[in-house]
Design a binder for this molecule. Structure first.
Ligand code: SAM
Length: 293
């Protein structure tokens, strides 16, 4: 059953997911700092990474490593402590916890146990890359990492291509390791098409931040001969709308005109097909003038 208990504030009992910087340590918010300073325990992916952040902000906190290998086994003990009234913060090495990072199992267990859960929002590489990409910001599909092995990666991209064939039209976002960026781009270009607009965002918020925009073909070619250094997000623009034949345009217009005014029917069909409104409207006028088939 859903529970809709009040969310905890940084100073009340419960679990708080705290977003941390993705490279620039100055990107820690005031609320994030308070949440970390006031937590009885900071759960982190790697205590050494989080200790550097805490030290930079003069925060003294007790930390505990929580990662993919111990999250399931630690969860019951942590939930018991949270239910007893403790306030804990969960962070990952960078960015928003749970997003391609540990924490989901603990959050799920906390929700199931009725522990109040809230978050201090903040940096996230996927959203930052999306907003800088120049590609349509919504809808977007965040995929996270592609499989590292070529065969599994190809299968995964083919699955996305099949979804696009079935009508998915969204900007796709992938996290990628620098040494696999060239091969991932090559696979994306081969399967989704070399002409697809895309962007590679590197080292966001850091000294050598760069966003390279172009077609998948151009980006694949570029990174085939230039090593992608640092951290990388790949964004791929939505699949182009499928070609609409003259016959299917007429069918769509006739069906829409049976329900809507000519103007609304033309607007709806233009929206659905991605064809220019003027052209669709002109054809709707012709069909109306010709009368019923
Ligand atoms: N939880 C993090 C977030 O909210 O973005 C992501 C963690 S995931 C393990 C790490 C991956 O995120 C990197 O391999 C890279 O693809 C992406 N990433 C993280 N920081 C980045 C940055 N500063 N610039 C570009 N990509 C970054």
């Amino acid at each position: 059953m859903e529970n809709d208990e009040a969310s905890p504030t940084p100073s009340s009992a419960g679990l708080i997911l705290v977003a941390t910087p993705i490279g620039n340590l100055a990107d820690l918010s005031f609320r994030a700092r308070d949440a970390l300073a006031e937590a009885s325990l900071v759960l982190c992916e790697d205590t050494r990474v989080t200790s550097r952040l805490l030290a930079r902000h003069s925060i003294s906190a007790t930390t505990l490593a929580l990662h993919d290998h111990n999250e399931e086994s630690e969860a019951p003990r942590l939930i018991a402590r949270l239910l007893a009234g403790e306030r804990m913060a969960l962070v990952s090495d960078a960015g928003t916890p749970l997003v391609s990072d540990p924490g989901y199992r603990l959050v799920r267990a906390a929700i199931a146990a009725g522990v109040p859960v809230t978050a201090v929002p903040g940096p996230n590489a996927a959203v930052m890359a999306l907003t800088l990409s120049g590609l349509p910001p919504h809808p977007f599909l965040f995929h996270g990492f592609l499989p590292p092995k070529a065969a599994a990666r190809t299968a995964e991209i083919r699955k996305l291509a099949a979804m696009e064939g079935a009508g998915l039209s969204a900007t796709l976002i992938f996290y990628e390791a620098p040494h696999r960026t060239a091969e991932a781009l090559a696979a994306l270009a081969e399967i989704l098409g070399t002409g697809r607009p895309a962007a590679v965002a590197r080292e966001l918020t850091k000294r050598f931040e760069e966003v390279r925009r172009g077609t998948l073909g151009h980006l694949a070619e570029h990174y085939a001969s230039h090593e992608a250094r640092g951290e990388v997000v790949i964004c791929v623009g939505p699949a182009p709308p499928p070609e609409t034949s003259a016959e299917s345009l007429d069918d769509a217009l006739r069906a829409a005109m049976a329900q809507l005014s000519l103007r609304d029917a033309a607007a709806a069909v233009a929206e659905a097909t991605g064809l220019p409104r003027k052209r669709v409207y002109a054809r709707a006028l012709e069909l109306a003038a010709a009368g019923p088939r």
